[in-house]
Design a protein around this ligand. Sequence first.
Ligand code: UDX
Ligand code: UDX
Ligand code: ADP
Length: 478
Amino acid sequence: MADVKRVCCIGAGYVGGPTCAIIASKCPDITVTVVDLSQARINEWNSDKLPIFEPGLDDLVKQCRGKNLFFSTEIEKGIKEADLIFISVNTPTKNYGIGKGRAADLKYIESAARKIAEVAVSSKIVVEKSTVPVKAAESIAHILQANHRRGVHYQVLSNPEFLAEGTAVKDLMYPDRVLIGGELSEEGNRAIMALSNIYQHWVPKDNIITMNTWSSELSKLTANAFLAQRISSINAISAVCEATGADVSEVAHAIGTDSRIGPKFLQASVGFGGSCFQKDVLNLVYLCECLNLPDVAVYWQTVIEMNEFQKRRFARRVIEALFNTVTNKRIAIFGFAFKKDTGDTRESPSIYICKYLMDEQAKLAIYDPKVDHEQMISDLTHPSISDNPTRVQELVTLTKDPYEAARSAHAIVICTEWDEFKDYDYQKIYDSMLKPAFIFDGRMILDHKQLQKIGYHVETIGKRLSDDVHTGKSTSVP
Ligand code: UDX
Ligand code: UDX
Ligand code: ADP
């Protein structure tokens, strides 16, 4: 089965959609069909307004859609026709039963595997793309083998995706590496080669790494755990900087020039968000507990705890600077997405900052260039965030204009590093705010000196900009 002609991807989400758009554009000889249970989602993929925002994705989809890229709810047809099937469904953290709050919920993966077993009439290569716990491929293989029809054979591969949201197209076009894990057998090797051949349409062979399935699965969890750990480590240091007068950007620069450490992923922030980091670290913690390695579990758990600490610490600083009370004070929140260039809000630190401020009865005016207002309300009224949805509606105003959000506000809180935030007319904004006017730059993206010149009281992560929070007069620490 070295020659894959038809690919089906189950799950038209943040991973499945962009991945298949790239495969279709780079492999004109392959027909790619992305299927999903959600008719609404498929309709959006077939419309002018795609369900996800990713720079460069619109053009790519327009170029291939209807030629060799199709979006459909005909899951059974997609499976039947395909030589190779990606499983790219969601694997959220379980919110019930055994492993609640830590283990990955594999029900969507299992249901996709059962569907394949139910309808396939020819042999398939089944590729797990979703981030899953170690040994998930084994479970998929088990389900397939226990239900297979005569003459139908399966090879299950692990092919974790390393794309980051906001740069998905670039990451897929020029991946640092492609990782393929498979069974160490002749059939396993053949399947690995078949998938590798797809990637070799645009990825140099040397950048395609093959290994055993479990190593591949564990590598994905480990990569995300290491990345999350770097952010928690620099965020921990940011707290030390604020207490001592050191500047976390200077520290990050200094350590990043050590080639053993490297400069990337050392940006202190309000905390990391996104659908992967927390979920995958918790997965790793749960795995270690199940393997009777409690010390290892505790080690990784602290990465999450430091992230919680950072989000809480930042919100507390806002409250303290605003004279220890934010009750009924209008506070503009700039940014609701978990990072720039995406409309995704999953685990966004902004949600938690808003929660902590709402717990203190602050009135929030929220602006984000890409996040839908219904999404913001859905996140803020989620039972884990608020037990009083009516109160949330009373406290929160959603705006389509940042100047409107800041008007008559006591403070602006930057939660996402959108580029446009750097280009606003901060003099005009200052003139419309209550005084003293505060800016809390949770992403270290603004020109703090300039803002201080205008008259703002500025606070940021990992650096003391002012000594006297109560006069609103800022004095730079040399
Ligand atoms: C370290 C720092 O590297 C150096 O920059 C600083 O100035 C002093 O501390 P050193 O302790 O001399 O230098 O050696 P290093 O190569 O860092 O190794 C330290 C320990 O870590 C050794 O026991 C080494 O075996 C171990 N190590 C290092 C690992 O176990 N794994 C590794 O990947 C690297
Ligand atoms: C991550 C991994 O990067 C990607 O390889 C994997 O496939 C999925 O998970 P993603 O969550 O989309 O990607 O975005 P990423 O750029 O990693 O950012 C995650 C969070 O960390 C964001 O909230 C971001 O703002 C934050 N972050 C990132 C920092 O706070 N500081 C940094 O230096 C880098
Ligand atoms: P990710 O970020 O991992 O891509 P998403 O939540 O964005 O996750 O997308 C996962 C998609 O998978 C959703 O659109 C969901 O409807 C779809 N899905 C989940 N289970 C199945 C299934 N059994 N068959 C088809 N699609 C599924």
